[in-house]
Design a protein around this ligand. Sequence first.
Ligand code: AMP
Ligand code: MN
Ligand code: MN
Ligand code: MN
Length: 284
Amino acid sequence: MTTFDFHTHSHFSDGEHSPKHLAKIASAAGIKQLALTDHDCVDGLAELKSNSLGLEIINGVEISTSWQDTEIHVLGLLIDPDHKAIQELLKNQQSLRRERIKTIHQKLCKLGITGLLEYIGNLPCKALTRTHVSNFLIREGHSKNNQKAFKVFLGKRGKVYSPANWCNLNASVSAILESGGIAVIAHPSRYSISSKKLNTLIEDFRNVGGEGLEISYPNIDQTIRKNLKIIAEKNDLYCSGGSDFHSSSRTWARIGKFPAIHDNDKAKTIFEHPNWKSKHSLHS
Ligand code: AMP
Ligand code: MN
Ligand code: MN
Ligand code: MN
């Protein structure tokens, strides 16, 4: 049983639940250490901390990052959410997200679908995502489910696809480091890049100060997980793991539902990072 989860979302980005409810679900699942890592947003951390139900809360964020024409997600764990460096970067990312939603809205209007901005305006989210648009399209009867909404409307070949010019790798990693955090590449096997390109990404990531690799998440193939561990070990990266929990309806990604991050091997876990040891008492 995993007693930690270092990758989860709340309704401040595209998660279903409030941070308060997230703590309830995590606690019921036997979690002891929980990181909230909303997309480009740290606004949920205060609520989570004041409703922690005895959980050890790790400040986190997941930053959408552009690298060589590929969107990479960089997790920042142990950040100080009030630090100027992270605040400034997230302000810009959130503004890019608002602009992108406006563009998507205009494209939807041309298709005769109106009301997106009103719908989003009534949500608690601070970071506007394509999942919110997807939920709107489902509610309005234009799509049956998320997968279809992304395929038909929001994905790269979709009718209203609108790219965003996210910050670069140096910017996301630097903001995380400056605000006292550890930068971790999220779900490395989910990007459509070759293993050669993944190696280049990791080299670039290390060169700008990145220190961690997410090597365990739901439904990860065992061979891939072992390979990621080898990559982490070779590159001296700390291993992390998390469910990427968004919603209770995504039953394949429940809180704490992912393979262990350490077996009997040499790869280091995120608990062994010096910052972790100084900030958090509980280890694995
Ligand atoms: P954004 O960061 O605004 O581009 O939104 C991306 C979010 O949409 C991701 O964090 C996922 O939660 C979700 N997502 C991306 N692709 C898909 C897909 N094909 N089907 C369902 N959800 C998706
Ligand atoms: Mn998401
Ligand atoms: Mn992600
Ligand atoms: Mn995520």
